[in-house]
Design a protein around this ligand. Sequence first.
Ligand code: HEC
Length: 157
Amino acid sequence: MKKTYLFALMISASLVIFSCGNSQQNNEDSKNAAATSAPKPAEGGDQGVGSYKNVELTHPVDQSMAEKGKEIYGVKCIACHKITAEKMIGPGWKGVTERRRPEYILNFVTNTDEMLDKDPNAKALLSVCMVRMPNQHLTDIEARSVLEFMRKNDGKN
Ligand code: HEC
């Protein structure tokens, strides 16, 4: 019984390693994931847990919000997140808007504790990063500004 549990833990840890760490990490893990038919955490198909259900994105990215988001990043996020793909305390932000839906990102940022307690993808990421992201108490507008900054950082327009 205990063994089975440990085995399951190891599998889920190996599945998410590349979403917290280097995105270029080997493809073997994701092949294994398909073979064991476990859900792939980085798929980005989920909206997460929170009040955001259906986010309308603007095209192009809202430049003034992205500027504001950059400032917020410099004050509240930079200690743990790089804007490259490289992991620091938390995952690097490069590509985050590709692997996560906007609803997921906004729910994560405004409802961090519940996400880390209930959302399977967020829980999987926590089990790899080993540090629980503290709630940053962003308002909805601030969270949206950070999302615009992330989109800009991912070269979206
Ligand atoms: C004390 C360190 C810390 C700070 C400060 C921090 N984070 Fe995080 N963040 C993390 C960790 C660690 C994770 C991975 C999940 C976990 O282990 O809790 C994470 C995950 C995330 C994710 C999910 C990424 C993904 O690939 O799914 C987003 C989005 C995010 N943080 C946004 C922010 C924003 C926005 C700020 C600033 C307002 C911020 N974080 C500040 C540590 C931090």
